[in-house]
Design a protein around this ligand. Structure first.
Ligand code: SF4
Length: 338
């Protein structure tokens, strides 16, 4: 990509950029808190899924000091459904570190940003460039694809990442690094899409090697797919007097710290099988068998909290357990009682 191509990209971005709730409008300076929050939420999550969460979070906690002062429980509950819950715990830890160690202002360089909880190399580069205009090389999945196509990179992923980084570094301008990064991301998200790139509308097609070759969608070349392992588990829906037993998951590990259904029998009861729920995590697929029972008079209360079934939607259950709860409610309404 030449200087001309970069200019064409930036001109296109100035006119056609996506309007996103975390982006500054009307030449206002970007708000580092909003840039940071959006980047954490967008890790492994789509823009469409993030938007309502971002609006709710910034409505409730408009700045980093407000978020740092929020109770853990409230933040985890607002996060429920967004997945990858370690992000929510790191989010709070990071907000508190910014307040305690940096006087409530995000540091503006990559090295200092990376010392904060939950901020890895990509997020540090994105915040440094977008929030502070620092020159930083920002490579997300969209940018990776655009660069692989522009240069028709013949190496397969993940080995190709070395060359992609070198190319991206060479392309990143000294000035306007934030706009450049966002322009590349937008190009990948709206025009240079994975399956059917709209090359006829692309501002940099004149400089694109994959376009010249004629089959741009074959880039980036991928390694053959590994199959996702499958795991199995069980969940228990124990009801008593219109309430269901919920537990808090251990702080470390899968869905750590979240409210959930027990995954071991919480007490002796007449358990009945109520089907199974499938859920796909990044590294494995999980099938959870659901067992339901009703307690008339619990002798010793099982460990956990009784939660009103009709308010189960407010418990902040992560998606897997929300699906299991919906299944249990449907099962019990269909007739069989444990
Ligand atoms: Fe992507 Fe096509 Fe533009 Fe090349 S010309 S960058 S393949 S959209």
């Amino acid at each position: 990509m030449s200087v001309d191509a970069r200019q064409a990209l930036l001109c296109w971005y100035a006119v056609d950029k996506r309007r996103l709730p975390w982006r500054a409008e009307n030449n206002e300076p970007p708000d580092p808190y909003r840039v940071w929050l959006s980047e954490i939420m967008l890790q492994q999550t789509t823009v469409a899924a993030v938007k309502p969460y971002f609006e709710r979070f910034t409505g409730r906690w408009p700045n980093v000091a407000a978020l740092a002062a929020a109770p853990d429980d409230e933040v985890m509950r607002e996060w429920a459904g967004l997945g990858y819950y370690a992000r929510a715990r790191n989010l709070l830890a990071c907000a508190r570190a910014v307040v305690a160690d940096h006087g409530g202002r995000f540091p503006d360089d990559e090295a200092a940003l990376m010392r904060l909880p939950g901020i890895g190399p990509y997020t540090a580069a994105a915040i440094a460039a977008i929030a502070f205009g620092r020159r930083a090389v920002v490579i997300d999945g969209n940018v990776e694809r655009v660069i692989a196509r522009l240069h028709a990179i013949a190496t397969r992923l993940p080995a190709a990442r070395v060359e992609i980084r070198a190319r991206a570094d060479a392309l990143t301008p000294q000035e306007d690094a934030g706009d450049f990064a966002q322009a590349m991301m937008d190009l990948g998200a709206t025009i240079c899409t994975p399956r059917s790139p709209a090359c006829h509308r692309c501002p940099v097609s004149a400089w694109c090697a994959a376009f010249r070759e004629g089959v741009p969608e074959r880039y980036p070349l991928k390694a053959p797919k590994a199959t996702r392992p499958r795991r199995e588990g069980e969940a228990y829906w124990l009801e008593h007097d219109g309430q269901v037993l919920l537990v808090r998951r251990p702080p470390k590990g899968l869905l750590g710290g979240m409210r959930a259904l027990p995954t071991e029998p919480p007490t002796e009861a007449r358990w009945r099988e109520a089907g199974a729920v499938e859920h796909v995590f990044t590294h494995f697929a999980l099938t959870m068998t659901l067992r339901c029972a009703r307690l008339e008079a619990p002798a010793a209360p099982p460990v956990g909290e009784w939660w009103p079934v009709e308010r189960i939607g407010e418990a902040g259950l992560p998606t897997l357990f929300a699906k299991l709860a919906a299944r249990a409610i449907a099962w019990r309404e269909a007739g069989p009682e444990g």
